[in-house]
Design a protein around this ligand. Structure first.
Ligand code: MG
Length: 394
């Protein structure tokens, strides 16, 4: 992937003067921790990294302590005291920028912490041909017009867009628009103020990651996830005459097979437990209890696929698996390629991410006497992100 493209110079205003108490508690939400940092710090750092200069932060008069704590160590910020409404606060920020008189300005809400560089790029590029530009997303749900709790009609979603911030403007034009704003009500955003003074606003693609953090549940489980995690699994099944021998999802011809409630595939069970272990999701018995008759004779590939999907739900994808089978017989070597192919298929991995090894125990112990087969597996999972778009959906 190419690195960030160079951007034209721009100033930015982060608006953080709201009370933000809808999330509950007495601390305004913009100063509460989200993914390990105060919410406002994410927005300010993203704009600083994109090159915003000057970078103004508009704060409520009584929030100075919170702001200094939340943004400690970030150089070159200018703090401006906000007004009663959001629109007042933005105007305060714009007036404070007037002496610097930048050509372009981005106005951003502190409560949209995850600001992709590409959105900033699209906004600034759009300002080449327009005096204003805003990031928008389509409406995918159908829309109902409510009359109390009854549907009174439908709205056409095709012409509607969800509007995000930052919003980008040529500085002199947005300053003039805010100075001229005389509507008695608070503006929903700066694009509305800008349009009221006949400014043309371009629409560029927004990003779902720019979601506004609004409710208490947005703050739940937001500790930063580690980049990778490791899990290990171990399993043993008894070898008995008259049973089929399933290993690594492959039926292997042998005079004995593994006994167990499911197909007793000791290799897939060890890998399944390793995946579950990596994401702290219990063990195979938690999800597929042997007491449940529906798993009698079940193919163990289902267990493994389920574990991989649980890992995905926890935000991780499997990076690689390393399996060791422990037995005297059968010889594993001839079956290794087929097992590798099947394990890779079940886990959505390339074959070179699957290692299958085998050892004997020198005729010692239960594996040495041929009473059973043991397997141990180690799995590494890495944080899922944009780079994993090839993850199978089937
Ligand atoms: Mg087992």
């Amino acid at each position: 992937m190419a690195g960030p493209s160079p951007l034209p110079p721009f100033a930015a205003i982060v608006v953080a003067a709201g009370k933000g108490l809808r999330v509950g508690g007495s601390t305004p939400k913009q100063f509460r921790a989200w993914h390990g940092k105060p919410l406002i710090r994410h927005s300010v750092e993203a704009l600083e990294a994109a090159g915003a200069n000057p970078l103004m932060v508009v704060v409520a008069q009584d929030a100075q302590d919170h702001v200094e704590q939340a943004l400690t160590g970030i150089e070159g910020l200018t703090f401006v005291t906000g007004g009663v409404t959001r629109q007042d606060s933005v105007r305060c920020g714009l007036e404070a920028l007037a002496s610097a008189s930048p050509e372009r300005v981005l106005i951003h809400d502190a409560a949209r912490p995850d600001l992709p560089h590409a959105v900033v790029d699209r906004l600034l590029t759009a300002l080449d041909g327009h005096a204003g530009a805003i990031p928008v997303l389509p409406v995918v749900d159908s829309l109902a017009i409510a009359s109390g709790s009854v549907m009174a009609g439908k709205a056409e979603r095709e012409t509607l867009r969800r509007v995000q911030t930052p919003q980008a403007f040529r500085f002199v034009d947005i300053l003039a628009a805010h100075r001229a704003w005389i509507d008695a009500t608070d503006a929903g955003d700066d694009a509305q103020v800008f349009m009221a003074s006949s400014g043309s606003v371009a629409l560029v693609d927004g990003d779902e990651r720019l979601k506004k953090i609004t409710f208490a549940e947005d703050f739940v489980n937001t500790a930063p996830l580690p980049a990778f995690r490791i899990g290990q699994g171990f399993d043993v099944h008894r070898l008995e005459p008259g049973e089929e021998l399933w290993l690594g999802g492959v039926l292997i011809p042998h005079d004995k097979g593994l006994a167990g409630h499911s197909d007793a595939d000791v290799a897939l069970h060890a890998i399944t437990d390793a995946v579950l272990g990596a994401v702290g999701e219990g063990d195979i018995g938690t999800h597929f209890p042997p007491s449940d008759p529906q798993w009698r004779g079940a193919r163990s590939g289902r267990f493994l696929e389920h574990a991989v999907s649980l890992a995905r739900g926890a935000g991780y994808v499997v990076a690689n698996v390393d399996l060791t089978l422990i037995c005297e017989e059968p010889k594993i070597g001839p079956h290794r390629p087929a097992m590798r192919t099947e394990v890779a298929r079940l886990m959505g991995l390339a074959e070179n991410a699957v290692s299958i090894k085998a050892t004997t125990t020198e005729k010692l112990g239960f594996t040495g006497r041929g009473e059973g087969i043991a397997a141990q597996a180690i799995v590494c999972v890495t944080l899922a992100n944009e780079g994993t778009s090839t993850w199978p959906t089937g």
